[in-house]
Design a protein around this ligand. Sequence first.
Ligand code: UD1
Ligand code: CA
Length: 455
Amino acid sequence: MTTGCIILAGGAGKRMKTEKPKVLCEVLKKPMLAWVLDCAREFGFDKIGVVSGYRREMTEGFLNANYEDISVFYQDEQKGTGDAVSRAEELIRSVDRVCVLCGDAPFMDARTLKSAFELHEKTNAGVTVISAELYEPFGYGRIIRDSSDRFSAIREQKDCSPEEAKICEINSGAYWFDSEALLSALPKITNKNASGEYYLTDCVEIIGNAQAYKSENPAITFGANTRADLYRLNEKARTSVIERLMDEGVSFISTDGIIIGNDVKIGADTLILPNTIILGKTVIGKNCEIGANSRIEDCVIGDNVFLDNVKAVSATVEDNVKIGPFAQLRPGTVIRRGVKIGDFVEIKNSEIGENTSVAHLTYLGDSDVGRGVNFGCGCVTANYDGINKYRTVIGDDAFIGCNTNLIAPVKVGNNATTAAGSTITKDVPENSLAVERGQMRVIENWDKNFKRKKK
Ligand code: UD1
Ligand code: CA
């Protein structure tokens, strides 16, 4: 039995007041569409397709950059969910069962899809709708049951009678279809309703043999039409990620200002301090202290790491490292075990060897630094000559004196020393000292009030 998934992502989302298609609006800094795609991937469909429409170049650009293996269908005019699904006819024809999902309902999960699929198969249904009970069902399609409690139709808000509007069981917008039943129902959908749209929900009456799988988790139905809705989704996601991490042994003294993306992994006994933002595919080890005021994106961080007021993007930090306060790790940086990085240090596209210390006010760019190196205060690698970038290579146990400028490309050998204030333009051999500064002159009996007296 083969399964396919169609994700509807064509709508504009006017009330969001965004230039983007609504499905690219973000929850925890991840587009709603990506949440739905990740859920579909977790389920393990044989095929996944997305129907784009409004500003297709943005939706398709996002898909090409992040989800290469997904097929895209295009709906030129947003004539309704039924019309949108019919655009993916090719996908429907190629599988036995089709699941349709809304690209603007980020909290759908693979477990719910599995349970609904089991019901669908057990009952031999033509269509199975995933439903839920809401206290405030306004805006959603209602699940209509006939006198013998059999699920018979979905009624959209605008088409509801006052009695129907009181029903609290609603359509999540996610469904399982038998492919053949869906293919024969799609051409029969009309736009004779209050919105003048082709409603996918009409399939329930057209196919007839319908089931409703009622989920215990109303969040699977939550979507966002406005910025306020989006804020509520963010708050909900934020708390549930933090609660999940607590279950896994992560500590929080206060959750104030803490935002952690739902793909982030953190080890037990790690403490996250306020105003810390951890995003992307970041993995953090055990027994770390992260924050306060740190922003970590797409990083791999080991165990026993201490980050205080650190910004790090696409960097790797091994075990027993201490960084901060006020340091920045830019993409391509690898910090080996036991390194210490102090205040106002920026490191870019560099590898810093084990137990090296970069304690204060230093910039290291495009550098390969050995083990046990000591940087004095205020060292700079001049990696860019205005046209090209060059590497600086520093051997093990070197000592880079305060205020050294290293003009790349340049090499400092193992156990070599650069004198404070030197601008190093030539390679320094191992075990040597490079001094590059003028002789100091002393003018004796200097009257420091000389100028004032002259006046
Ligand atoms: C739809 C359902 C409603 C359900 C609700 C759950 C219909 C007729 N109604 O209503 O029963 O309770 O979802 O959220 O299906 N889209 C397209 N092309 C279109 C129209 C929509 O791709 O022509 C996409 C949208 O981008 C969105 C999804 O389909 O991702 C749902 O569309 P939306 O307009 O939000 O439907 P609702 O009115 O919320
Ligand atoms: Ca919607």
